[in-house]
Design a protein around this ligand. Sequence first.
Ligand code: FES
Length: 68
Amino acid sequence: MYVCICKGITEKQIQDAVTSRSSNNPKEILKALGVGSDCGTCVEDAVKTLLDSHARSPFEMKDGPNNT
Ligand code: FES
């Protein structure tokens, strides 16, 4: 299923980016894929997909408000 229509990014591509650990930073993963870089309406669904993927393949949340 497409998460980002503008960039043609699917839920699977986001999940694969998390599991391949191309980055430990959620913002970097979305930025690398181009998700949210056009109209931005996909960001909420993209973050949900990231969090769901994170639950299955934990990664360090570097940019969270509790991380300094
Ligand atoms: S749907 Fe993702 S930037 Fe527009």
